[in-house]
Design a protein around this ligand. Structure first.
Ligand code: NAD
Length: 250
């Protein structure tokens, strides 16, 4: 998976799965724009990559703002001479609560970050990818994009939506040289999961509940994203790849 010459952008790149993906892309030779609403974290990851000999820069972007998203794509094109890999990964779990108890504001907040923003990103990235002669988009969905989970209706709906959007765009743009795929992580030890669960004992229990008997590391998801982003997966498009320790096989 030699990505020398590739120009990549990763949203939510300041933490967890996005951070691991940005680092792995750079290790394989891609130049990476690390984008995150937390500007300091984005720049910190870019510095980490540069210190290890890679090429990266960091940018503060709220992916729910379509103007900022367009500027982010323009920044990647101008920094690295084009765009060939886009990883739309920024997301939030949303608050726990059953469907009848979800406030409209919370519903809209989760859908804005997890689904509208993926659309904004793809809409801005596709012309840049076409202008670079094609490439690969990887959207981070979830096991919750493949199955229902009680207590997270907005999250489940948004992540199913990401898979729908991925499939539609794959049919539209694969003939033009852009492959579009989604990755569906299981339960991954990241700040999002740690905040959501709140304590170590619950985290350990979640790991034991997986068929593989442990949580995933962010790097294990990053490896799948890098594979989908790279020419190693050249015949794969429109798929939703479960990287979930067997959860969806149950
Ligand atoms: P994380 O909290 O470690 O990282 C998410 C990053 O997204 C953060 O750095 C955050 O600042 C950024 N972000 C949030 N809102 C943003 C916005 N509006 N604009 C730009 N950046 C924004 O979480 P993670 O677990 O690494 O999650 C990454 C993705 O993986 C998410 O889409 C999440 O839904 C998905 N996912 C995670 C798990 C898991 O178990 N951790 C499982 C399945 C799917």
């Amino acid at each position: 998976m030699d990505l020398a010459g590739a120009s990549a952008l990763v949203t939510g790149g300041g933490s967890g799965i996005g951070r691991a993906t940005a680092i792995l892309l750079a290790q394989r030779g891609a130049s990476v724009l690390v984008a995150d609403i937390d500007d300091a974290k984005a720049k910190g990851v870019a510095e980490e990559i540069a210190a290890a000999g890679g090429t990266a820069s960091g940018i503060g972007v709220d992916v729910t703002d379509e103007t900022q998203v367009a500027d982010m794509v323009a920044a990647a094109v101008s920094a690295y001479g084009g765009l060939t890999i886009a990883v739309n990964n920024a997301g939030t779990s949303g608050a726990f609560g059953s469907t009848a108890d979800v406030a409209t504001e919370e519903w809209r907040r989760v859908l804005a970050i997890n689904l509208d923003a993926v659309f904004f990103c793809m809409r801005a990235e596709i012309p840049a990818l076409l202008g670079s002669g094609g490439g690969s988009i990887v959207n981070t969905s979830s096991g919750a994009g493949l199955m229902g989970f009680a207590g997270l209706p907005a999250y489940v709906a948004s992540k199913h939506g990401v898979i729908g959007l991925t499939r539609a765009a794959a049919l539209e743009y694969s003939p033009k040289g852009i492959r579009v795929n989604a990755v569906c992580p299981g339960t991954v030890r990241t700040p999002m999961l740690e905040t959501f669960t709140g304590d170590e004992e619950t985290l350990q229990a979640m790991g034991r509940a997986m068929p593989i008997k442990r949580l995933a590391t962010p790097e294990e998801i990053g490896e799948a994203i890098v594979w989908l982003a790279s020419p190693a997966s050249s015949y794969v498009t429109g798929t939703a790849l479960a990287v979930d320790g067997g959860a969806s096989a149950q």
